[in-house]
Design a protein around this ligand. Sequence first.
Ligand code: GTP
Ligand code: MG
Length: 149
Amino acid sequence: MSIQNNSTSAIPANMITPTASSSSTSSTPATVVDNSSPTSSVVLKMGIIGDAQIGKTSLMIKYAEGAYDTEYTQTLGVNFMEKTILIRQTEITFSIWDLGGQKEFASMLPLVCSDAVAILFTFDLSRKSTLNSLREWYRQARGLNKANL
Ligand SMILES: Nc1nc2c(ncn2[C@@H]2O[C@H](COP(=O)(O)OP(=O)(O)OP(=O)(O)O)[C@@H](O)[C@H]2O)c(=O)[nH]1
Ligand SMILES: [Mg+2]
């Protein structure tokens, strides 16, 4: 089974925040969890949403590249990265979409939620308001992707 990732073509270029990481991910070799060569591949789209400054972009970069930066760079729109792993001869590419948490970017929620097989609802353990916000984030996300939420 092979599912092509053509999601990026649907996004106007000015809506995606360029990240140093996103351009390099395509050449990043798959993390090998299984020594055999791949016989099939699949792309899984995942979204990360939640309030601003709770660590969404940090989480994505940490997972995709193992890097962490203490400096805060606000996400202006949507960040996108890919991470490929190999399990049981299947190459699995996680297409990760990270939405800026400021309210002004809520209009881009459909880009992150549509066709996603999973959404990570994230909050900051040290700020209860960010946990309370998840009810509304979930309500909006579910409205856009009832199949998987
Ligand atoms: N203490 C601590 N700080 C973190 C953690 N994760 C991220 N940060 C810091 O929190 C700040 C915000 O992180 P980001 O990943 O940019 O937050 P964000 O949710 O993407 O923010 P927006 O793009 O505005 O939505 C940065 O200074 C990070 O270094 C964490 O687990 N613990
Ligand atoms: Mg961010």
